[in-house]
Design a protein around this ligand. Structure first.
Ligand code: NAP
Length: 266
């Protein structure tokens, strides 16, 4: 698929993976809608793009407030009159044991990572249905294929994306809407710093796994080449992505290994 001139909406464009994807897509000559909560960070990213003003829309959104999705979609349609691709990437992580996590925090993580994500996709898919064309790329995680301590609700939200989009892909096939799920391994972003603790406060501390993770520009290059392909799913990361097939083939050995590793890291 040639991406030049395509109207592409990226959520979580203010930082990390979404920011790197934005730069990669700008080089492909796309028209971009940049969304997340922090308008000043979106403007910083926009300032790094060599695109004409008419080809970029800054649209602040809070995925937790997903009752507003139709208004957001209207803003995009008023500006570009079509949406070729949605990259549903915005999300938050967690660092807390389940028994120490307030239900309000669990609800917030699910609202942002799952309900907000799905509500936006459904609103955009209705436009794509009329266009008889479109693609929705969703950023899940390898943690959407297995669990780890401190990540129970995050892991649940990313598993839930698989269930929804594997079903949705079959439902929208005849409308010529394609669904791509991308599951990153460990990517060197601020995701661990921006994660929430059990009481809802930010972690504000990086994790060694993220620090050693794949660089965002390397991720973005692989992501864009996957976006151009006809793939339904792709894992992108370093050797940690092999944990997924390992768990499928040796589930009990995998569990014992994870237990040993989590005890060592305590
Ligand atoms: N880094 C990894 O190792 C890794 C691995 C697997 C999956 N992922 C997934 O990749 C995606 C991007 O994360 P990242 O690693 O790039 O981390 P990041 O640097 O913390 O970026 C997260 C992005 O999501 C946005 N966001 C957070 N809460 C939001 C909300 N309520 N409404 C709208 N936007 C919101 C943030 O922008 P604002 O703060 O401006 O709203 C930011 O742009 C996430 O879905 C994450 O779960 C990351």
């Amino acid at each position: 698929m040639n991406l030049s001139g395509k109207v592409i909406w990226i959520t979580g464009a203010s930082s990390g993976i979404g920011e790197a994807i934005t730069y990669a897509l700008a080089k492909e000559g796309c028209k971009l809608i940049l969304s997340s909560r922090r308008i000043e960070e979106l403007n910083r990213v926009r300032g790094n793009l060599k695109l004409a003003d008419k080809d970029v829309l800054i649209l602040p959104i809070d995925l937790e407030q997903h009752q507003h999705t139709d208004e957001w979609v209207k803003r995009v349609m008023d500006n570009f009159n079509r949406i070729d691709i949605l990259i549903n990437n915005g999300g938050i992580s967690q660092k807390s044991y389940a028994l120490a996590t307030d239900p309000v925090v669990e609800r917030k993580i699910m609202d942002v990572n799952y309900f907000g994500n799905v509500a936006l996709s459904k609103a955009v898919a209705r436009i794509m249905q009329q266009q008889k064309n479109g693609k929705i790329a969703v950023i899940s995680s390898i943690i959407g294929r297995f669990g780890l301590p401190d990540l129970s609700t995050y892991s649940a939200s990313k598993h839930a994306l698989y269930g929804f989009y594997d079903s949705f892909r079959l439902e929208v096939k005849d409308d010529n809407i394609k669904i791509l799920i991308v599951s990153p391994g460990f990517i060197n972003t601020n995701v661990a710093i921006n994660a929430v603790k059990g009481d809802g406060n930010l972690v504000n501390e990086n994790s060694p796994a993220m620090e050693k993770g794949m660089k965002t520009n390397v991720f973005a290059k692989k992501f864009v080449s996957t976006l151009k392909s006809n793939k339904n799913h792709k894992y992108i990361g370093k050797k940690e992505i092999y944990a997924v097939p390992f768990k499928m083939i040796f589930p009990n050995t995998f569990y014992n290994l994870m237990l040993k590793m989590s005890k060592k890291n305590k």
